[in-house]
Structure formats: C-alpha cells, structure tokens
Write a protein that binds this ligand. Structure first.
Ligand code: AOS
Ligand code: ZN
Ligand code: ZN
Length: 426
C-alpha cells in the first residue's frame, strides 16, 4: 500500500478548518511575544528522525511476544512502512538498518525503493549480542571485550562487514552497542575487558571510510546485571577519544540509572563536540523502550532544551543522528511510532520557543524564579498547531494517527501481508 497525496488530502479534510483557527490564534500570540514562527516551522520541517528496521513489528520481552497482524516480513515491506510513516508525519525521512536481521538481497532495488519514499539510510547497527547460526565463536562471554581472541576477531570482522553493507546503501555511520559485561562479581577482569574493547573499537575505527562516523552507545545494565563494559557516557567518551575524531558518544534515553540528569550529559558532550547520535524512547524503570514522551515529557523537553542550545552554540559538535529506539509489545507499532514522532516534535518545538536571551540574562542575574518561569512558559505552550502546520506545509497529515485510522491502513496491510506475518527484530 502506498499513500498518495489524494488520500492524505482526503484524510486532512475533516481537521482542516479546526487546524487553521488553532494555528492562527497560536501564531498571533507567539508573534506578539516576538517569536519567529517561520523559523520554528522551518526547523520542525527539517528535523528528521530515523526509524530502526527492528521497530516495525511487535516487540516483546523474554516472557513472550504478542505478534501484530500485517507485520512487515522482509526489508522491502519494512521500508514501505517507514515510507508510510514519513508520508503521514513528514518526520521519518530515514531508516536505520540492523545487521544481520535486515541485510539487503538486492542493493539497487532497496535503494530505489527507499528513494521512492524519500528515505535515506542512516546509521547501520551491528549485532554482537546474539550468536548467529553459522558463527565459529560465541558471544556468550562477550564480543569486543571477550577474553577469547577468536570471539573478538569475529565481532570486529562483523562490524567491518556492517560498514561495507552500509557503505553500499549510502549510510555514513556505524552504531556499536555492546551487550558485553558480567553477571557475577569476579567473573571478569574489568581492566582487561576495557582494554580489549578499546583495541577492538580501534580496529573497527580504522576500517571507517573517510566521511563516516562511529557511534559508541553506553548502557549501565542489561543483558548483564553485575557490570557492563561500556556502562556510562564517561566510558563511551573515553573510548571515542581513544579512537579519534570520527568517533562519538551515542546517548540512548533508556540507558541511564533512575533520575540521571540526561540534559547535563547532553550539554557536556556537545560542548566537547562528541555527541554523535541519539536514541529516543521513554521509561519508568530502566530500558523500558516505551513510547517517547509517554512517561516523562518534561524531562524530554529539558533534554531538547540542552540539544537546541548545543545545536545553536556548539559548532564543534556535528549535527546528531536521531533515531527512535523503542519496541512495541501491545500497540500497533506504526501507531506507536507516530506517537513517538509527535512527542519528539512537540518537545523540540517547545524547546525552540525558550527565550534563550532572557534565560541567559536571568541566569546571570541569578534570578532562579525567572529562569524556571522562562522554561515553563515555553513548556506550557500548546505547540500542536505548529506541528500540524509543519506537516501540512510538506504534504503530510494534519493529524497522523487520525489519518492512519481513517485510511484503514492496518486493515490494508493485513489484507496484503496476512495475519501471521512476523517481522525480525527485538
Ligand atoms: C540496546 O539496548 C540498545 O538500545 C541498542 O541501541 C538497540 O536497541 C539494539 O542495538 C538493537 O539492535
Ligand atoms: Zn539504543
Ligand atoms: Zn536500549
């Protein structure tokens, strides 16, 4: 199923006049406050988030997985789904492939398909957290950090292979997330594990094409519950520095212990020019992979405030690669992704409305109350009409969830793919 402009226009009909009056009144208020609405709209339109190829089917936990009818069962169908999301939201202009779950069979066909949906290939993701059927060595006791050289070499070779696959598609970055760690005290020598990891990463780094970046993800626990080799941003930052200029830290919102000040981590990394990638999700307890903004929307806004500040004031930091990293156990994955995209844009729009000049004055004057008022003034603004306008300007749906439902997209997908199709992934 491919969404046409006519279908989108039909879906927009019902909400058009409501949108117009809501947008006009917000525009009047924001203009009277001296806000440049066109600039905000332009930034929202430019903001594109990659959809990971593993997020389009139902996710699961180790206790079970409840499949979702009409799931994409091959890479072509996954790209079609991202195309659908992009058409509706105009925010999902990239896909992030997972290797080996989504190795293209025919590169030209896949590239043409993605281009037909206006989608580019963002970071490619390696997988050294599972043993593959034909693998010589096991990752049971780690990959890049393993005490066994054969396992380390295999993991390094896999990452280099992933770079080659990504290169054929036009990707420009590799994301490495390591599950390596230990479950019991005394199980590993921390120093050896870190040394091995650093050496392995340096070897992978050497294989990067000139215009590529390496993103190093960190995570405090899971799947290991006593220690993780790259447990925090400091370790990732240290490894990125050891590799070189093309290596960066990747922040995943779910990879922090409760109450960690993520906005401060973002600020520090951007000041040092080392925030390369960003994974969006939300959580209550740990790496829950919940819909973005569903639990802690104010925290997300504060993080975006730090990101906006960094994007405006830190030319030493490259433009980060954005990706949603969530899995969906009970919702329709496409509806869940639409909700995440909306929450991301909402937090971004609010952060763009923060009066940075006034905030700097209030901070200098040590006026704590004023500082909070400035942030909350932006946060309390209902920016949804701006999001609607940004989508409409680019041919998207005013209200993507409503359009998705009124166009009976899931019903169509079930008709095309059947009730029992299964997507590879988490
Ligand atoms: C795992 O917890 C990480 O968030 C990864 O970024 C990702 O989910 C994994 O690499 C999927 O392949
Ligand atoms: Zn992640
Ligand atoms: Zn994660």
């Amino acid at each position: 199923m491919k969404l046409t402009d006519n279908l989108i226009a039909a879906a927009n009909k019902a909400s058009h006049s409501k949108h117009k009056s809501r947008f006009d009144s917000l525009a009047e208020i924001l203009s009277s406050e001296g806000k440049d609405i066109d600039k905000v709209l332009e930034k929202l339109e430019d903001f594109q988030v990659a959809i990971p190829s593993w997020a389009l089917g139902a996710g699961g936990t180790r206790f079970g997985r409840f499949g979702f009818k009409g799931e994409p069962s091959n890479l072509e169908q996954k790209i079609d789904d991202v195309g659908m999301l992009h058409k509706l939201t105009q925010t999902a202009g990239a896909v992030s492939l997972h290797i080996p779950w989504d190795v293209p069979q025919d590169y030209n066909t896949i590239k043409e398909l993605a281009a037909s949906h206006d989608i580019i290939f963002d970071a490619v993701n390696s997988n050294t957290f599972q043993d593959q059927k034909d693998s010589r060595a096991s990752y049971k006791h780690g990959s890049l950090s393993n005490t066994n050289k054969t396992s380390r070499d295999q993991a390094v070779a896999h990452n280099i292979e992933v770079i080659k696959i990504g290169d054929k598609l036009g990707s420009k970055s590799l994301t490495v997330w390591l599950a390596d760690g230990s479950n019991f005290p005394g199980q590993t020598n921390f120093q050896h594990a870190l040394q091995h990891t650093e050496e392995s990463l340096k070897t992978i780094y050497k294989a990067l094409p000139e215009d590529w970046k390496l993103f190093i993800e960190y995570k405090p626990y899971e799947p290991n519950f006593y220690s993780t080799v790259i447990q925090d941003w400091g370790t990732s930052f240290m490894l990125a520095n050891a590799c070189g200029d093309k290596a960066y830290t990747l922040v995943d919102l779910g990879h922090h212990l409760p109450n960690t000040n993520i906005e401060q981590i973002v600020s520090t990394l951007m000041m040092k020019g080392k925030l390369g990638g960003f994974h969006f999700n939300d959580s209550k307890y740990g790496d829950d992979d919940l819909t973005v903004g569903s639990v802690k929307p104010y925290a997300l806004f504060l993080i975006f405030n730090a990101l906006v500040y960094g994007m405006e004031n830190n030319p030493q930091n490259p433009y980060p690669a954005w990706m949603i990293d969530a899995s969906h156990n009970i919702k329709d994955p496409l509806e869940d992704l639409i909700q995440s995209l909306e929450a991301i844009q909402e937090a971004y729009a609010k952060a763009l409305l923060v009066d940075q000049t006034q905030l700097a004055v209030a901070q200098e004057a040590q006026d704590v109350v004023k500082c909070q008022e400035i942030l909350q003034q932006a946060y309390r603004t209902d920016v949804r009409p701006l999001l609607e306008k940004a989508r409409l300007n680019q041919g998207g749906a005013i209200r993507p969830i409503e359009a998705y439902r009124s166009l009976s997209i899931r019903k169509q997908l079930i008709k095309e793919r059947g009730e029992h199709s299964v997507a590879s992934g988490l």
